[in-house]
Design a protein around this ligand. Structure first.
Ligand SMILES: [Zn+2]
Length: 124
């Protein structure tokens, strides 16, 4: 039985660890990548590295951003006193796409439980 070369198997395994990528999709993507032009693969690598290097969590709200504070927190036109608490930073994107206007969305931080128990001071 023909098996994947070890490097392709390793790439498949790495892709399979990504959310929403099952083993069949991982194999299809791995095979596509190893057969792609070098420029296309290099561009993908640069894009992944650039996103990882540039994107961080907003120090104010915890949302994904390339600037501190994020565009939502630095927008004086938004209602600063009305806060929507969400579970994950990506939930802010979902709210924004839904057209919710005029609120600052703040994801629940991992230490939120500590804040609720009173062990930490918080503006939340
Ligand atoms: Zn923010």
């Amino acid at each position: 039985m023909l098996t994947l070369p070890p490097a392709v198997q390793e790439l498949k395994s790495a892709l399979n660890r990504l959310p929403g990528i099952g083993p069949r999709s991982a194999e299809r993507i791995a095979l596509h990548l190893v057969q792609s032009k070098q420029d296309a693969v290099d561009q993908l690598i640069r894009s992944v590295k650039e996103a990882k290097d540039k994107v961080s969590l907003c120090e104010t709200c915890g949302g994904l951003t390339e600037t501190q504070p994020c565009p939502l927190c630095s927008n004086s036109q938004r209602q600063q006193e009305c806060i929507c608490v969400v579970v994950k930073p990506t939930d802010i994107l979902t709210l924004e796409k839904s057209g919710v206007q005029g609120t600052v969305s703040r994801p629940r931080r991992p230490d939120f439980a500590d804040e609720r128990s009173g062990s930490r001071g918080s503006a939340y």
